[in-house]
Design a binder for this molecule. Structure first.
Ligand code: NAD
Ligand code: LMR
Length: 325
């Protein structure tokens, strides 16, 4: 067995937090040889519900779960934590865009960034899930000057997994046969699910689908999948979001498989002409706990327009929260 690690989850009594806590405790995120202490954080009014989550976690008698801490105090919740999943935030409802949440949710992430800066393990890895995830991650990162920007990320893995699903249905292939897919930019309507470098069982994906399907059906369906789920469920995605968070952290820690890559919101250092500092989703390979943007991909005019449109939206979001940075 490895030495125990601490994992903080905010919003842990909410839908995504509830789904994630059990998967983490069962070893789905860090492996079945990794004992964990869960540090579950909620706002005061949800502490009683959080107690119920703690009781259920303990009732599972998970062999890897050494302890559960529940708190509404972020300094206690982030103390010495090795991993932080920042989920706690309002979800949107029918008819809203995720950026409409910025006013209410943005202010959560400055104090959390500062608490991580002052109390988390120096190697903490932070994943922001609460929407609008990219700009909330930008706020947290900017409030943690003693941590490296590379310790912060925002979740695009749900979009990536959604794109894999749509493409596998269309081409009657398994998702594991699809390689080199990217979702660029913002977790929003402007995201760019890009199959131009993608192969399926060694064949170019673009040769297996019609351009009209790719541009008029595939891209919009991935962009709008979150809203489609809200319309169907009456609540936003939860189990699929928790699953994507587990995938994101697992690949960050253990590495992306083989020569494939994944999509992660990470601080831009100017790759592909994207403004430095923006929390932007790139094609990313992870090795030894570090993430690197895949270099040298050829971008055609369509792709350039798409990656710039989603960058523009992130620049506007950054402007809207400049007082919080
Ligand atoms: P939910 O309402 O079920 O749960 C949110 C929980 O967060 C609640 O229990 C609430 O009490 C708690 N909370 C609110 N403010 C908090 C704070 N300051 N500190 C700690 N806890 C706090 O919502 P959910 O379905 O779990 O979704 C959570 C967030 O994740 C939403 O913003 C949603 O839009 C977002 N989301 C993102 C993705 C993604 O791909 N990035 C996917 C799905 C959902
Ligand atoms: C999603 O993509 O499912 C989440 O961001 C929730 C939402 O508001 O769409």
């Amino acid at each position: 067995m490895k030495p125990t690690v601490r994992i903080a989850v905010t919003g842990a009594a909410g839908n995504i937090g509830y789904a994630a806590a059990f998967r983490i405790s069962a070893g789905g995120m860090l492996g079945t040889d990794q004992p964990v202490i869960l540090q579950l954080i909620e706002i005061e009014p949800a502490l009683q519900a959080l107690k119920g989550v703690e009781m259920e976690l303990l009732d599972c008698a998970f062999p890897l779960l050494e302890n559960v801490i529940t708190t509404s105090d972020i300094e206690t919740g982030f103390k010495d934590t090795d991993y932080a999943l920042l989920v706690g935030a309002k979800p949107r409802t029918k008819g809203m865009e995720r950026s409409d949440l910025l006013g209410d949710n943005g202010k959560i992430f400055g104090p959390q960034g500062r608490a991580l800066n002052n109390h988390a393990s120096r190697g903490v890895k932070v994943l922001v899930i609460g929407n609008p995830a990219n700009t909330n991650a930008l706020i947290a990162m900017n409030n943690a000057p003693d941590l490296s920007p590379s310790q912060f990320s925002s979740m695009m893995r749900l979009d990536h997994n959604r794109a894999l699903n749509q493409l596998s249905l269309k081409t009657r292939s398994r998702t594991t046969e699809i390689k080199h897919l990217t979702v660029w930019g913002n977790h929003s309507l402007t995201q760019y699910p890009d199959i131009s470098h993608c192969s399926i069982n060694g064949k170019d994906a673009t040769s297996l689908v019609e351009t009209s399907w790719y541009r008029e059906q595939f891209i919009p369906s991935v962009q709008k999948r979150g809203a489609e789920i809200i319309n169907a469920r009456g609540a936003s995605s939860a189990a699929s979001a928790a699953s994507a968070a587990i995938d994101h952290m697992r690949d960050w820690v253990f590495g992306t498989p083989g020569k494939d890559w994944t999509s992660m919101g990470i601080p831009s250092t100017g790759d592909y002409g994207i403004s430095e500092g923006l929390m932007y989703s790139f094609p990313v390979r992870c090795r030894n706990g570090r993430c690197e943007v895949v270099q040298g991909l050829h971008m055609d005019d369509f792709s350039i327009d798409m990656i710039q449109a989603t960058e523009k939206e992130l620049l506007e979001e950054r402007d809207a929260v400049k007082a919080l940075l």
